[in-house]
Design a protein around this ligand. Structure first.
Ligand SMILES: [Mg+2]
Length: 279
């Protein structure tokens, strides 16, 4: 029997870009829960933000935070054995990123050496972040509890290429999501974390898992290349993402509406006992 493992980006994919709603994804989320399909949130968001969303969605599954900086399994999850991990307040954590303090130190070095306007979350007030993201005050507080990465904005005229070059010299790299660029460790990305989670499921269950990956932005490219069924959600603000992958599915609408219809299609196609349908 085919087992399905879904990795999904949040902002602009399962959550609408503008209002962060997942209302229109409720039908397929209900099917996912009913069939106990692991839905692995794979996001630039923080652990606190994901915990709140999992409660809202009625999910309790492993998740990937801060662009692959950390992979969290609930302690005892499916009795899995997880190598190279550590216990961290109720979780088994595999850390792929580097500590936030070091990332902040590097951002300050980049600002000083390049003499550019670069503003990270750590430089912004709660009000600044709320204005840039549209998040509610409680969600802003959760977004500020960072462990591995720093979202940042550049003032106009500042050169992203120069930032990338400087980051590389410091052992870091830059990836870009729907609103922010992110300064992250050079050994992490969503794709590396997806590979790790997939391998943990394979090794611990002895089963084959059909992997589905959903994303909308540049920082999802590595995720989309690691899965059997890549799904692209359109991102009207950024234009079409350049990606060529055999079998790529393209959702017809942005945000949670597109997410719902494309996941319904995948479940109809690949859940045992389902009739085939058209997207
Ligand atoms: Mg996104």
């Amino acid at each position: 029997m085919t087992k399905i493992l879904i990795f999904t980006d949040l902002d602009g994919s399962l959550l609408n870009h503008g209002d962060y709603s997942f209302e229109d994804a409720r039908p397929s989320l209900a099917r996912i829960r009913r069939h106990q399909i692991p839905l692995i949130m794979t996001t630039s968001k923080t652990r606190s933000e994901i915990e709140a969303l999992q409660v809202e969605m009625g999910l309790r599954e492993p998740f990937i935070v801060e662009n692959g900086g950390g992979v969290f399994f609930q302690e005892g999850y499916r009795d899995f054995t997880i190598a190279e991990s550590r216990h961290e307040s109720g979780y088994t954590l595999v850390q792929l990123g580097i500590p936030y303090d070091r990332i902040r130190h590097c951002l300050e070095q980049i600002r000083a050496r390049l003499q550019i306007g670069i503003k990270g979350f750590g430089d912004m007030s709660a009000e600044d972040i709320a204005a840039a993201t549209g998040l509610s005050p409680d969600r802003v507080a959760m977004a500020r509890v960072r462990e591995f990465t720093e979202p940042f904005l550049l003032t106009s005229g500042a050169d992203l290429v120069a930032v990338k070059e400087m980051a590389a010299k410091l052992g870091l790299k830059v990836t870009s999501g729907g609103r922010f660029h992110h300064l992250i460790g050079d050994r992490q990305d969503k794709g590396a974390a997806v590979r790790l989670v997939r391998d943990i499921f394979h090794r611990n269950t002895g089963s084959d898992w059909l992997t589905v990956g959903v994303g909308d932005s540049e920082n999802d490219l590595s995720l989309l290349t690691q899965v059997d069924i890549p799904v692209l959600i359109p991102n009207p603000a950024q234009g079409a993402l350049h990606i060529q992958r055999p079998g790529l599915l393209r959702a017809g609408e942005p945000g949670c509406r597109g997410w719902n219809s494309v996941i319904e299609y995948v479940l109809n196609e690949y859940l045992p006992g389902n009739a085939r349908s058209s997207i």
